[in-house]
Design a binder for this molecule. Sequence first.
Ligand SMILES: Cc1ncc(COP(=O)(O)O)c(C=O)c1O
Length: 378
Amino acid sequence: MLRTARPVFAEINTPAYVIDEAGLKHNLEILREVMQDTGCKILLAQKAFSMFAVYPMIAEYLCGTTASGLYEAKLGREHFPGEVHVFSPAYKDEEFGEILEVSDHIVFNSAAQLMKFKDRCAGKSIGLRINPECSTQETAIYDPCAVGSRMGVRACDFDESLLQYLDGLHFHTLCEQDSDALEVTLEAVEEKFGKYLFRLKWLNFGGGHHITRPGYDRQRLCRLIKRIREKYGVEIYLEPGEAVALNAGWLVTEVMDIVRNGIDIAVLDASAACHAPDVLEMPYRPPLFLSGKEGEKPCLYRLSSRTCLAGDVFGDYSFDAPLSVGDRLCFEDMAIYSFVKNNTFNGMPLPDIGLLRKDGSYELIRRFGYEDFKQRLS
Ligand SMILES: Cc1ncc(COP(=O)(O)O)c(C=O)c1O
């Protein structure tokens, strides 16, 4: 039965991550409008989405990339014409030389790291991550302001003498949030660090801004950016990951078997544990094309996987008609934090990576095989 988000998905190899060129462009146009309206610079946070095959297209809109360390910084430098920023909680001596070669902005997480590396950073723009101690969300694992967090320097530990080495400050405290949370955070940043901002060149607002989500209050975002920019005379950077590729990809999978144990359980060729680890880590129930929640439609299934992990389950979904072996299903919003985090636990094959072109055609970008599994293991 055809349950695929696009007819062409009935033909492709599964499992496959399919990136939607039109969806990406839609997001990028929104982000460009924010830059045009406010004069801020927006970077792609590669940790969320690193499909470098589409970097040239993203580079037509955004100003550069941000990296969590050497490898992402190199990827950004190699494939994305634009600025390369890097933030890591700690840099290794032996990696730092290469980081310098490929990065424009280097952000440190502590005064000790700054003092250790500052003399090697000639010609680079140096920043320090701050912790405004302002939690605006409840999920501790995604809250860099949670008690005991290692992320950023708190105001009580900030020594004004560090300013002579700094061009900017960086904060990242949001996760999938609207601009109301940014407003609250900026109040804390200003109260605790505002006096330093007058002496700096830039302020990086980090990621977690769900700018391209329908209903996000962009007007407020733009108002906030302009206010901070004008008040302190600083350049503003935003480095969203999710917002760049939000709702711009699917994980297409096939039903391999259906078993029953109190509930009908479909065994898929995709795995939550291997191919969408955030489903178990966050956890969340990913949206699935043409399905409903339990009770919304007549036929209920638990969608699981062919790994050995009993809890390798995407969730319970209802359908208008019974599922059959061979049916294709499409998990939605699977461009972000999916293939950047996947793994080959149980020797599971990695899904193909494909691109749905704007004209509706499908292009296979990369297929993985046994060697990709093996080469990490000995
Ligand atoms: C420092 C930093 N910048 C940017 C991001 C991107 O965040 P998001 O993908 O939620 O926009 C993250 C995510 O963890 C981050 O830690």
